[in-house]
Design a protein around this ligand. Structure first.
Ligand code: PXP
Length: 239
C-alpha cells in the first residue's frame, strides 16, 4: 500500500515579496488557496516576533480558513501562545527563534527547555491544537519531545540539505525512534526536487514542510507545476 505523505507549503516568502513593496500583492491568502488547488495538503506560516514576513492580519485570515490544515510556526512565547490559542490553527510547530537569523537555523533544545516548553504545549493542546516540536535529528531530543507531551516532531533537514555527511542516517534513526516514542514524524527545511526523495522514503515520515525552494521554483515553472512535481516525487519515494 502506498504511504500517504502530505505536503505542507510554507508561504512565508510570498509575504516577503509582498512586503518588499509595502502593498498587498502578492497576497499570502490567495497563494494559500492556490497551493490547495494545486494539490498541497496544507500550508505553513511562521508569525515571527519581528513580523518580517507573515503579519497578524495574514495569520488571522489564513488560520480561519477551513479548507486545509494550517501549520502555525511559532516561538514558545506568551505573545505567540495567546495568538495561537485565539486563532486555533490545526497545528502549531514550536521553533527556536532568534531575531538576527535569516531562517530557522537549528532545532529546539527540548532537553534543556522542558520546563519552558511543557506549559506552552499543554496550553496549545487545551485549545485543540496539535503540537509539533521542530528538532534536530537527535535521539535525546525525540525522547524529550515525547516525555513532555508533544504529539508530533518535525525533524530539521537543513544539515542534510547542505550535504553534511551522515545526516541521512541521523534522520533515519531519529525517524525510527519517533515511532517507538509514539510521535508523528514530519520533516522539513532546505528540501528541493533534488534531495526530497531520500527523506520522503523514510517510512515514519508522514508530512514534509517545504517553502523556499517551491516559491523560488514557482518563478520558473509556476506554482501549480512546482507543487505537482514535488508531490509526484514524494509519492514516488513513499510508494
Ligand atoms: N519547517 C520549519 C519548522 C521551518 O522553520 C521552515 C523554514 O521556515 C521550513 C520547514 C521550510 O524550510 P524551507 O523554506 O527551507 O523549505
Amino acid at each position: 500500500m502506498t504511504r500517504a505523505l502530505r505536503l505542507g507549503v510554507n508561504i512565508d516568502h510570498v509575504a516577503t515579496l509582498r512586503n518588499a513593496r509595502g502593498g498587498g500583492h502578492p497576497d499570502p491568502f490567495t497563494i494559500a488557496k492556490a497551493c490547495a488547488a494545486a494539490g498541497a495538503d496544507g500550508v505553513t506560516i511562521h508569525l515571527r516576533e519581528d513580523r518580517r514576513h507573515i503579519r497578524d492580519a495574514d495569520a488571522e485570515v489564513i488560520c480561519r480558513w477551513a479548507a486545509k490544515p494550517v501549520n502555525f510556526e511559532m516561538a514558545a512565547t506568551e505573545e505567540m501562545a495567546a495568538i495561537a490559542t485565539r486563532l486555533k490553527p490545526h497545528g502549531a510547530c514550536i521553533v527556536p527563534e532568534r531575531r538576527a537569523e535569516v531562517t530557522t537555523e537549528g532545532g529546539l533544545n527540548v532537553v534543556q527547555q522542558r520546563a519552558k516548553l511543557q506549559p506552552v504545549i499543554r496550553r496549545l493542546q487545551d485549545a485543540g491544537i496539535v503540537v509539533s516540536l521542530f528538532i534536530d535529528p537527535e535521539p535525546e531530543q525525540v525522547r524529550a519531545a515525547a516525555e513532555i507531551g508533544a504529539q508530533v516532531v518535525e525533524l530539521h533537514t537543513g544539515a542534510y540539505a547542505h550535504g553534511k555527511p551522515g545526516e541521512l542516517e541521523r534522520l533515519r534513526a531519529a525517524a525510527a525512534l519517533t515511532a517507538e516514542a509514539g510521535l508523528e514524524c514530519h520533516a522539513g527545511h532546505g528540501l528541493t526536487f533534488a534531495n526530497v526523495q531520500p527523506v520522503a522514503a523514510l517510512p515514519q515520515v508522514v508530512e514534509l514542510n517545504i517553502g523556499h525552494f517551491l516559491i523560488g521554483e514557482a518563478l520558473l515553472m509556476g506554482l501549480p507545476a512546482a507543487i505537482a512535481e514535488m508531490k509526484r516525487l514524494m509519492a514516488e519515494a513513499a510508494g
